[in-house]
Design a protein around this ligand. Structure first.
Ligand code: HPA
Length: 267
């Protein structure tokens, strides 16, 4: 708690007490959304006390404060993955900080491998629910000032926000898929047997992020919206490749940025 409050204090001092309404985590290849933000302040992670620093190529490490469609937002450019070796407390630290700064919504994007065989590379998937196969970030003593010991996970991905996204996508002619995101540790992509397994247990896409951040946000009662760019199809013969993941992410990111902007306008 002390570490979180110290980070918040430093941020508030550096941003003239900026109070964001929406928190955004920009996933792989989706850094382009930054261009949709009227940036007021940009803080590097290394200048925020207790903030971890990202290590993955292509992931920048800064917190951006500004407005999107007239609404105040804070965006994480660069997130922390469990596979990088961070503890779950570190992976989710920025979400605690954003919540303490006062966000009323959390928007998350990621790259994911499709296991639903009707998905194509480059599709956008609205996350309707998840299956957590990572360690739960809430394991350990409960911080009651944040939320309850046992967290209800109904409406984990807000139906109200998802419905707005559907309406906007129809109006803007953006094709959407919907599905269950399976969160794994990585860093290996899945074997063919694992992709089949994830399909069998009810998954539509699989990735190595998002779930920890969403769990922590839900612990604090923050409504969440998440979207995946399908960068590869697990059950096809092609191999997973980090560069391709980034490229597909960037392309679909243009459509996703449009959707996110309209969604923030209409919240
Ligand atoms: N598996 C796990 N994570 C991923 C994948 C995948 O196939 N594609 C992009 N992120």
């Amino acid at each position: 708690m002390e570490a979180i409050l110290k980070a918040c204090k430093a941020i508030q001092e550096a941003t003239n007490n900026f109070h964001p309404e929406v928190g955004i985590i920009l996933g792989t290849g989706l850094g382009g959304f930054v261009d949709s933000i009227d940036v007021e302040y940009r803080l590097e992670y290394k200048d925020i006390p207790n903030m971890p620093v990202s290590t993955v190529e292509g992931h920048k490490g800064c917190l951006i404060f500004g407005t999107v469609a007239g609404r105040k937002v804070v965006a994480m450019q660069g997130r922390f993955h469990y596979y990088e070796g961070y503890a779950m407390k570190q992976v989710t630290f920025p979400v605690r900080v954003m919540a303490k700064l006062g966000i009323s919504y959390l928007f998350v994007s990621n790259a994911a491998g499709g296991v639903n065989t009707s998905f194509c590379v480059g599709d956008l998937m609205v996350i309707t629910d998840h299956i957590n196969l990572l360690p739960n970030p809430l394991i350990g003593p409960n911080m009651a000032e944040f939320g309850p010991r046992f967290v209800d996970m109904h409406d984990c991905y807000s139906l109200a926000i998802r419905n707005k996204a559907t309406a906007i996508a129809e109006r803007e002619a953006i094709k959407l898929q919907y599905g269950v995101y399976v969160g794994t540790t990585g860093p290996t992509f899945e074997t063919q047997a694992e992709y089949r397994y994830f399909k069998a247990i009810g998954g539509d896409a699989v990735g190595m992020s998002t779930v920890p951040e969403i769990i922590v946000a839900r612990h604090m009662g923050v409504p969440c919206f998440g979207m995946s760019v399908i960068t590869n199809c697990g059950l096809s013969d092609e191999k997973g490749d980090h560069e391709d993941v980034q490229l597909q992410g960037q392309k679909a990111g243009v459509r996703m940025a449009r959707l996110f902007t309209e969604l923030i306008r209409e919240l």
